[in-house]
Ligand binder design. Structure first.
Ligand code: KIV
Length: 240
C-alpha cells in the first residue's frame, strides 16, 4: 500500500470541476454515473459517447492542473479498434486518461490504448455497465473462486499496461489482497480502506441526489436540502 492515499471524485460540469480542484482533489473522474445523477437514466447503459464528450469538455474547461479521467461508456469499447477510436474522442475533448470496465476480458483493449499513448484505468469488481445481465449491484469476491478471479483480473490489467485499477464493491479483505499483489494503485469504491485511494460519486458525497445514497457513503453535506430551502424561500418571496 502507498503512503499517501489518492482522492478521486466525479465531476460532470465546469463549476464542479473548479470547486473540486480548488479543494485539492487528485483526479477528476467524468464517470458514466452521470447517466443517473445528471441525466436521469435508470443505469449507465444508456450513456452515449456524445454525452460523455459533452461533459468531458465541460470538466476539462474547469480544470487547470488536475488530471481528468473519462469513462468509456457502454458498448464503446467492445473491440480494440472501437476502444481506440472512442478513447481518442475523449482525449480530444480534454481527458488525460480513460477508464473502462473489464479485467482479463479486456486486455487487448487496454494494451491497444496504452500502445497508442492513452493512459488507461481498468475497473473490476461490480461493473455497473453489466447491471442488466447481473440483475443488481452486488459485492464481489465473497467466494474463493470470485476472489481468485479478481486477483487474476488485477494481474492481467497490470500486465496489459493499465496505470491504475478501480475496485468497486469488492469485499475489503479481497481488495487488500489485490492491492498488495500488484504495483499499480488501486482506487476503491465501497471496497474498504485497504486500497491505495478512494473514489466517490460527488453527488453522493454532497447529498445532491437524495433519492438514492449507496450504503457505504456517509454524505458530508446536504445540498439537496439547501436547494429546496433556497427555492422555497424564493417562491415564498415571489408570491408575497
Ligand atoms: O462512473 C462512475 O462514477 C464510476 C464510479 C465507480 C466512481 O465509475
Amino acid at each position: 500500500m502507498r503512503d499517501e492515499k489518492i482522492a478521486v471524485l466525479t465531476a460532470y460540469d465546469y463549476p464542479m470541476a473548479r470547486l473540486l480542484e480548488e479543494a485539492g482533489i487528485d483526479l477528476l473522474l467524468v464517470g458514466d454515473s452521470l447517466g443517473m445523477v445528471v441525466l436521469g437514466y435508470p443505469n449507465t447503459t444508456h450513456v452515449t459517447m456524445d454525452e460523455m464528450i459533452h461533459h468531458t469538455r465541460a470538466v476539462a474547461r474547469g480544470s487547470t492542473h488536475t488530471p481528468v479521467l473519462a469513462d468509456l461508456p457502454f458498448a464503446s469499447y467492445d473491440d480494440p479498434e472501437s476502444a481506440l477510436a472512442n478513447a481518442r474522442r475523449l482525449i480530444e475533448a480534454g481527458a488525460h486518461a480513460v477508464k473502462l470496465e473489464g479485467g482479463a476480458s479486456h486486455v487487448s483493449q487496454i494494451a491497444g490504448l496504452v500502445a497508442a499513448g492513452i493512459p488507461t484505468m481498468a475497473h473490476i469488481g461490480m461493473m455497473p455497465q453489466r447491471v442488466l445481465v447481473e440483475g443488481g449491484y452486488r459485492m464481489k469476491g465473497k467466494t474463493a473462486d470470485e476472489a481468485e478471479k479478481l486477483l487474476a483480473d488485477a494481474a492481467a490489467v497490470e500486465r496489459a499496461g493499465a496505470f491504475a485499477l478501480l475496485l468497486e464493491l469488492v469485499v475489503p479483505e479481497v481488495a487488500g489482497r489485490i492491492t498488495a499483489s500488484i504495483s499499480i494503485p488501486t482506487i476503491g469504491i465501497g471496497s474498504g480502506p485497504q486500497c491505495d485511494g478512494q473514489v466517490l460519486v460527488t453527488h453522493d458525497l454532497i447529498g445532491s441526489f437524495p433519492w438514492f445514497t449507496p450504503k457505504f457513503v456517509s454524505p458530508k453535506a446536504t445540498v439537496a436540502a439547501a436547494i429546496r430551502a433556497a427555492a422555497g424561500e424564493f417562491i415564498r418571496e415571489t408570491k408575497l
